[in-house]
Design a protein around this ligand. Structure first.
Ligand code: NAD
Ligand code: UDP
Length: 319
């Protein structure tokens, strides 16, 4: 049985990855310190004999007994609100945490895939973004703590690959959504879902003309799975190229939730990228992958999940 360590396991993507690898017959070790994650995302795996959980901060030395075949490094705050609130931890998990995991991969002769992001392109001057674009990041801006941690993460990963011959993979994830996103993580989809369910107006930042391209979690997990098992070591974009403005997206949510909420406009956060759309030519060619779930279907499944939250969860305010 192949053994895989998944960091950030109690988070949104990490928990879906645990499910996928368990379904594929792997023995999964989940690791998390719960800084932005939730035990509830893994509760269905509590009694699974092929799942083991270790509560641990990956910026501290990591010790795993026995062999390991693969590592997926997904631990990191991922929403702008989270990384503005915990900027130092964000920098540490991308740098020190990644260093620890690369060291572990080297010691165990394991293949490691690290979760990078479309944020390495910053506020892009090239559209859509291809993997060979170097990006446009304000190093000292508020988002810099995340963007630069992820850029460093990519650099140190390539250095381990080149210098130690480590088997490495880098996925550049574009905005991904679905069940188990944290209601109050501040990202646009949980924010709009929560507002619709509480009967509040939807908050669009800026004039809403900025664009994003949203990928359903099932498609994202499939892309990551194929990349891990491929032999390609350079970064690969995984995302859904279907681009939409945030204002149009808010209108779609109002229709989907069948509410009469209004849109209200708030200040655009500093360095908020104006346009974002993945070029997925490489993923198509290399992995024979492309997203299968359109926004309408994906958002319907996501709304269904948010509707299962209790009143208490819905009205609990975190920020
Ligand atoms: P999330 O916040 O739901 O999950 C992150 C998990 O990492 C949480 O459970 C958190 O507790 C854990 N964590 C953070 N710091 C840790 C530490 N020092 N030690 C151990 N655990 C720690 O976020 P997500 O959306 O699931 O993102 C997962 C990964 O994917 C992140 O690396 C993120 O940068 C990347 N990513 C996500 C998206 C997206 O759209 N969801 C886009 C680009 C990149
Ligand atoms: N956004 C918004 N209202 C909200 C939350 C976010 O208009 O309540 C905007 C945000 O400014 C950005 C887009 O939605 O332009 C996506 O934001 P998110 O935080 O989901 O992801 P990221 O900016 O990291 O792509």
């Amino acid at each position: 049985m192949k053994k895989i360590l998944i960091t950030g396991a109690a988070g949104f993507l990490g928990s879906h990855l645990c499910d996928r690898f368990i379904n594929e017959g792997y023995c999964v070790i989940g690791m998390d310190n719960f800084i932005t994650g939730d035990k509830k995302n893994l509760s269905h795996l509590n009694d699974n004999p092929n799942f083991k959980f270790i509560e641990h901060d990956v910026t501290e030395f990591i010790s795993i007994e026995g062999s390991l075949d693969y590592i997926l490094h997904f631990a990191s705050p991922a929403s702008p609100i989270d990384y503005l609130k915990i900027p130092i931890q964000t920098l540490k998990v991308g740098s020190l945490g990644t260093h620890n995991l690369l060291g572990l991969a080297k010691a165990k002769k394991a293949r490691i895939l690290i979760a990078s992001t479309s944020e390495v392109y910053g506020d892009p001057l090239v559209h859509p973004q291809t993997e060979d674009y170097y990006g446009n990041v304000n190093t000292i801006g508020p988002r810099g703590v995340y963007d630069e941690a992820k850029r460093f993460q990519e650099s140190i990963t390539m250095a381990y690959h080149r210098f130690h011959g480590l088997e490495t993979r880098i996925v550049r994830i574009f905005n991904t959504y679905g069940p188990r996103m944290r209601l109050n993580d501040g990202r646009v989809i949980p924010a709009f879902m929560g507002q619709a369910l509480r009967g509040e107006d939807l908050t669009v930042f800026g004039d809403g003309s900025q664009t994003r391209s949203f990928c359903y979690v099932g498609d994202q997990v499939e892309g990551i799975y194929r990349l891990l098992l491929s032999d390609y070591t350079r970064p690969v974009n995984i995302g859904n190229p279907h681009e939409i403005t945030i204002k149009d997206f808010a209108e779609e949510i109002i229709k989907l939730t069948n509410t009469n909420q209004k849109i209200i406009y708030k200040e655009l956060p500093q360095n908020d990228p104006l346009q974002r759309q993945p070029d997925i030519t490489l993923a198509k060619r290399l992995l024979n992958w492309e997203p299968k779930i359109g926004r309408e279907e994906g958002m319907r499944m996501t709304y269904k999940y948010f509707k299962t939250l209790s009143e208490e969860e819905l009205f609990k305010s975190e920020h």
